[in-house]
Design a protein around this ligand. Structure first.
Ligand code: PXG
Ligand code: PLP
Length: 477
């Protein structure tokens, strides 16, 4: 058991802070497919961190590349100067991208990648003489991070409604989730894709002038909003409509990149090549913050050939774009992908994973199961008036049983490291089944979060003690 830190000062992102601090869940170590918590529980990681740790935790190759880089060149100015590793990382990443998307802009995260992609799309039209193409289209339930651009094209009201109006000139198309028609489909829904994509064309022609649309941004598979899969033919049709009207297509592959679907990128899975791809997360195996935007060479070249000589072609960038330590981590990670054949491994496991996920059909509260590659979403019947409460209780039960799952709304999302073993896949889903069966038996009692994680509650009591001591000290000072 490790010491519990003072919990007062850190404001956790996307977290119910007061609830968390009453039952803190802190990890102190990780290796392979497992976390160790500060009260010495071992947790099988059903989430790859937050979809980041594709190659499994604690990779020595990454650790030593990062350590060596820190000792050699800790930081180099990103603007007007650079360092060789940034070029090497870009070249290596370009080799992973679909053919043609071989010009790379580095960022510090998925959110920065989304905003960068949107800005490149807008600036591209301006630099090619189409300044009136300045509207951006996103999708309902889309998640493109939390910066103002990504938030504006995103389609999760809960994420944006606290923050004012966002960008002007933004519209959204429908999301493809249709549980009534497609519940328990294995893999992609078969029907409805073309009609749904055609609505995009219908909306931009009736509500907008298509010649004013700069770009459409979509996640090929919507991860954050609860694992929403595109029906067969849908993305291809979106591509055709974009081509017809000169609209750039951006795939946000922050989650779907790097083998999650059994192909290197979702673009490869669907045989649809967008104009711009964003990525982050597994790019460095989560070890160092980094994102990237891959752009079609023609788009990049338009900036180079249409900008005045000696001018900055794109007035955009981050202090940490192409950070040497992040580049070292990315190169080491890409090496692991190649050496360990992680994409092939993901593809090879996806059949077993699908069977395991769908074995939950018929378990109490399971309303839909959606899967693709090494991702599954298990949608639960919500408890009336308490959205998300059932999924949270399921998460807590799984945690107590030693399995880390992710919950978002009333969806349990499973996305293990690509290094997961078959028996571990089985354990994740049987644990969820057991948790749900127990919840059904326990009724109201099972839904009470204060029943769970007793050790942590002892710590919370300890925390209160620290508080009181501090207050006393402050009074006497
Ligand atoms: N685009 C997509 C498609 C994402 O999934 C981002 C952008 C933003 O990335 P950053 O690095 O700025 O967080 C994401 C991030 C979840 C979960 O549990 C998903 C994300 C982040 C945290 C949790 O679904 N996606
Ligand atoms: N705010 C201020 C005052 C800055 O000087 C900078 C960068 O120089 C930023 C924000 C942006 O920081 P970053 O480049 O890390 O995104």
């Amino acid at each position: 058991m490790s010491h519990l830190p003072n919990l007062d000062h850190y404001w956790l992102p996307f977290t119910a802070n007061r609830q968390f601090k009453s039952m803190p869940r802190l990890f102190k170590a990780a290796k392979g497919n497992y976390y160790t918590t500060i009260d010495d529980r071992t947790l099988l990681d059903g989430t790859a961190g937050l979809w980041c740790v594709a190659a499994g935790h604690g990779r020595e190759e990454i650790a030593s590349a990062v350590a060596q880089q820190l000792r050699t060149l800790d930081y180099a100015p990103a603007f007007q100067n650079s360092h060789p590793l940034a070029f090497e990382a870009a070249e290596r990443l370009a080799q992973f991208m679909p053919q043609g998307l071989d010009r790379i802009f580095f960022t510090g995260s998925g959110s920065e990648s989304a905003d960068t992609a949107l800005k490149i799309a807008l600036a591209y039209h301006r630099v090619t003489g189409n300044p009136l193409r300045n509207k951006l289209i996103g999708r309902e339930r889309g998640y493109h991070g939390v910066n103002f651009g990504g938030l504006s094209v995103g389609g999760i009201a809960g994420n944006s409604k606290s923050f004012g109006n966002g960008l002007a000139g933004v519209d959204h198309i429908r999301h493809p989730l249709d549980i009534a028609r497609n519940a328990f489909t294995r893999g992609l829904p078969q029907d409805g894709g073309i009609a749904l994509a055609n609505e995009f064309e219908q909306r931009i022609t009736t509500l907008h002038d298509p010649a004013t649309i700069a770009a459409l941004i979509v996640e090929p598979m919507q991860g954050s909003a609860g694992v929403v899969l595109p029906p067969v033919g849908y993305l291809k049709r979106l591509r055709e409509i974009c081509d017809k009207y000169g609209i750039l297509l951006i795939f946000d592959e922050v989650i779907t990149g790097f083998g999650r679907l059994g192909t290197t990128f979702a673009s490869d899975y669907f045989g649809v090549v967008p104009d711009i791809i964003t990525c982050a997360k597994a790019l460095t195996n989560g070890a160092v913050p980094m994102g990237a935007v891959a752009v079609k060479r023609e788009i990049h070249d338009a900036f180079m050939s249409n900008s005045p000589a000696n001018a900055i072609e794109l007035p955009h960038g981050y202090t940490y774009s192409g950070h040497p330590v992040a580049c070292a981590a990315a190169i080491a990670t890409l090496d692991i992908f190649t050496n360990d054949k992680l994409v092939e491994r993901s593809a090879g496991l996806s059949g077993h994973f699908e069977l395991a996920a769908h074995s939950l059909k018929g378990i109490p509260y399971v309303k839909d199961i959606r899967n693709m590659g090494l991702v599954a979403g298990i949608e639960l019947e919500p408890t009336p008036g308490r959205p998300g409460a059932r999924a949270f209780a399921t998460y807590l039960k799984c945690y107590e049983m030693g399995v880390l799952v992710r919950y978002t709304g009333d969806v349990i999302a499973i996305s293990p490291p690509l290094t997961i073993e078959k028996h571990e896949i089985d354990r994740i889903f049987s644990c969820i089944a057991e948790a749900l069966t127990e919840l059904a038996a326990e009724g109201e009692q099972g839904m009470d979060p204060t029943r769970y994680l007793k050790n942590e509650q002892l710590w919370a009591a300890h925390q209160q003690e620290i508080h009181q001591q501090q207050a006393t000290l402050e009074q006497t000072a």
